[in-house]
Design a protein around this ligand. Structure first.
Ligand code: G3P
Ligand code: CA
Length: 267
């Protein structure tokens, strides 16, 4: 069984502010197999890399991302919050002035040196075509998986591109969508839908991994990717179930554990 890929969640987000060029650079230096990043549309239709729907918690601006133009977002400081505690004692933030990056900037900067799990965070129907345009223009089609909690967004990507790998993320909200069945049955329902829609992977949170669901994913010809890996035990469990990869904020630690537990990963 090939070792799972270690994917730096929002870049090496324990070491540098999430979803920024420094976080992706740090992930590259650590030798990860790939990075995960969140994309959403700016007011003027540019794909920007940012997790939250609003700017309030992690930037020097306020309001919804989608209400700002890309240029304004690129000028926002999304790095200072990372060193907020030292800053309270008077120390300068190492990342002050780091602006939001566009998807195109990230793919242009790192190109084929990284692999990408690009998560669609906003539901605009035009987003999938823009995402594919950027991926193709930067020549990283063979190194990109598109992920989302929103099956409709992934279906739009599939309608535009028959080959790009797609990963449907499942979480507690996914369970509610299907009503009051048991969590395992609900997850299995989503797995069947993902197979029908010609998706490739199911993303399951570490705490939600159930052997029955993993078996169902494999039976449907899909693979499992694990997310929300928070400690050594989660890493060991993800390796043990034979997933293709997992996202973690602590990729350096995960790489150490994987090196002890497995042979090197496949391509
Ligand atoms: O890898 C999946 C994970 O990134 C989804 O959760 O909130 O970090 O985007 P979130
Ligand atoms: Ca994400």
């Amino acid at each position: 069984m090939p070792a799972p890929h270690v994917i730096a969640h929002r870049g090496a987000s324990a070491d540098a502010p999430e979803n920024t060029l420094p976080a992706f650079q740090r992930a590259l230096e650590l030798g990860v197999d790939g990075v995960e990043l969140d994309v959403q549309l700016s007011r003027d239709g540019v794909l920007v890399v940012f997790h939250d729907a609003t700017l309030d918690a992690k930037t020097d601006r306020t309001g919804r991302v989608r209400d700002h133009r890309a240029r304004e977002l690129q000028g926002a400081d999304i790095g200072s919050w990372f060193d907020r505690e030292p800053a309270r004692s008077g120390a300068a933030s190492r990342y002050a002035g780091t602006g939001l990056a566009t998807l195109d900037q990230v793919l242009g900067r790192f190109g084929t040196r990284l692999a990408y799990q690009v998560e669609i965070k906003s539901p605009e129907p035009e987003l999938p075509a823009l995402l594919l345009e950027s991926v193709r223009a930067r020549g990283v089609e063979g190194r990109t998986t598109v992920t989302s909690f929103d099956a409709s967004s992934l279906a739009r990507v599939r309608a535009l591109d028959a080959g790009i790998p797609l990963c449907l993320l499942l979480d507690r909200r996914s369970r509610l969508d299907l009503g009051a069945e048991s969590p395992v049955e609900v997850q299995r329902g989503w797995v069947e839908r993902a197979a029908r829609e010609r998706f490739d992977q199911i993303g399951i949170a570490a705490e939600d991994l159930a052997p029955k669901v993993v078996a169902q994913v494999e039976k449907c010809g899909l693979s499992v990717r694990v997310w929300r890996i928070r400690n050594d035990a989660d890493v060991e469990r993800a390796i043990g179930i034979g997933c293709v990869g997992f996202t973690t904020d602590w990729p350096a630690r995960a790489l150490e554990i994987r090196a002890r537990a497995t042979d090197p990963p496949g391509p």
